[in-house]
Design a protein around this ligand. Structure first.
Ligand code: ZN
Length: 165
């Protein structure tokens, strides 16, 4: 089967991209380090994936993704005040510091320090890009058919069929 020529469901897409948030370039990948994903299987944020359908090899596009189609809106329930006693031992909290803490069930939560009082630390566990509009500039740099195994798993495997699970 020859390689596909447009982005469609079940096609493996290589995408060069630049991500700008609030006017600041946060992430960039050229042709050599393009991301690869199986299109139509929600392996990338839906607001971007939807806009890529139908693009041809070599096409570029600017896509602005609203928070609700990206990393979600900021959720006030994800902001928690924790007792300084429960703060990881040996770490002095500073505003803006990013770190992993354990919740009461022992799960690791990644968050940022928002505020500090004498005996509490307020942590924001929202995704750092929650509430943000994501401005992408993308170029389709590769298209190929997915293997049967990739389709059955719903994601791309690396060269030599290597798994990334
Ligand atoms: Zn797999």
């Amino acid at each position: 089967m020859s390689d596909p020529t447009v982005v469609a469901k079940d096609v493996v897409v290589s995408l060069a991209y630049k991500l700008t948030v609030d006017g600041e370039v946060l992430d960039e990948a050229g042709k050599d380090d393009a991301i690869q994903f199986l299109h139509g299987h929600r392996n990338i944020i839906p607001g971007l994936e939807n806009e890529l359908t139908g693009l041809k090899l070599g096409d570029s596009k600017k896509v602005s993704v609203k928070p609700e189609d990206g990393y979600g809106l900021t959720d006030s329930e994800e902001i928690e005040e924790i007792s300084l006693e429960d703060f990881p031992e040996g770490i002095v909290p500073e505003i803006g510091m990013e770190l992993e803490v354990k919740d009461e069930d022992g799960n690791d939560l990644y968050g940022r320090v928002l505020a500090i009082t004498e005996d509490t630390v307020t942590m924001d566990f929202n995704h750092p890009l929650a509430g943000k509009t994501l401005d992408f500039e993308v170029t389709v740099v590769g298209l190929r058919n997915a293997t049967g195994e990739e389709l059955s798993h719903g994601h791309v495997h690396g060269p030599d069929g290597h798994h990334h699970h």
